[in-house]
Design a protein around this ligand. Sequence first.
Ligand code: SAM
Length: 408
Amino acid sequence: MSDAESRGVPHDALSAVGARRRLQIERLVAGGDALARDTDGRVVFVDTGLPGETIEAEFVEVKRDFARARTLRVVAASPVRVTPPCRHVADGCGGCDWQHLAAHAQHDAKAAVVREAFARTARLPEAPIVRGGAVSHDASRTTVRMAVTPSGRLGFRRASSHESVEIEQCLVMHPLLQSLVSTVGVRGDGEVTLRCSVATGERAVWSHDKARVLGLPDDVAAGAAAVVHEDVAGARLRVSMASFFQASPQAAELLVDAVARAAGNALDGRDGVVVDAYGGVGLFAATVVPIGVQCVLVESSESACSDAYENLRGRSAMVMHTRFEHWRAVRAGLVIADPARSGLGKAGVTTLLDTAAPTVVLVSCDAVAAARDARLLVDAGYDLVNAEVLDLFPHTHHVEVVSHFVRD
Ligand SMILES: C[S@@+](CC[C@H](N)C(=O)[O-])C[C@H]1O[C@@H](n2cnc3c(N)ncnc32)[C@H](O)[C@@H]1O
């Protein structure tokens, strides 16, 4: 019996916003929260709990089917709970939401979230989920999107808030960007993307909304069309500020490895062209696909397409500037698909099926989207060979899943 039941407190009173309760954390869920249950079994998402912990929490949102609560006090801590290594977490910075989980336990925790998603959402409880590569925990990000603080500096959003927190020393930011953040001021409001290259030392900024960055050092390029060049797996890639790029070259290289491993012999082009769907600046087409094998890159961003066009010069590659779901599919031997967070969805899967590709490598940056797409592909006749879980974003819940499907 719960404390409240023993005191005869009606359950509705417990579940109201502002109610304080002791909660037992069951597990971590996609999105980073911890899952506990209210006395009636309803799910409560708790912001910083860890499996096995008892947390004293305050309800901050109550819906018909679930509630949200914030941790007030850890009553019984998990052995893998640590003091966040970055001091800005205490200031409220929401940039890295898993700093309270020991670095060595983060990859397994992500694999557990993916396993759960494949069991529940994909209804594939036996899915072979394996641990793939991980960037080192001190690996730094070469692209960051920051918010303007009220004092005219660059910072990150507070957890679950639009407010921003000023940052002096970010644990996960590349030193070339860190020194930029310490130097510049910002006028106006909104967000700014910063990017640097490990290979060349180039730096660039792109102000979204109405923000204006002041005091930029001479070497820093500015605007959506500013470019940096990065080296990944032996390929030099042009990356414009308005184009998507992975968090760092180290992260990109681990993804390239995982995709190449999953694609295997299907990369030889014998079964047909390779389609690099949601191909961005051509990361996979320029590294994984052998020179001489015909490749079609499909991408909706004009900026990424013009980068890809440059990056794939000299290869048997075609760049199609269109949404994947609007693309008139060609027969393919292999589709590598790396959609945005929402996944392929039915529309993307329909186009993918039109390629009749016997091998599909799906790169997903969301565990539930990966599982949803896996179910759609399995229903369409594909077998899941395995799904590799990569840890490319230390100290956060963010995960990458590379799933390998085959069909006769
Ligand atoms: C996660 S990124 C992957 C890019 C690339 N594979 C890489 O690893 O650098 C997803 C890419 O899909 C593009 N995109 C988003 N929606 C799309 C759509 N409906 N059709 C085609 N491309 C899309 C984005 O512009 C972005 O470049």
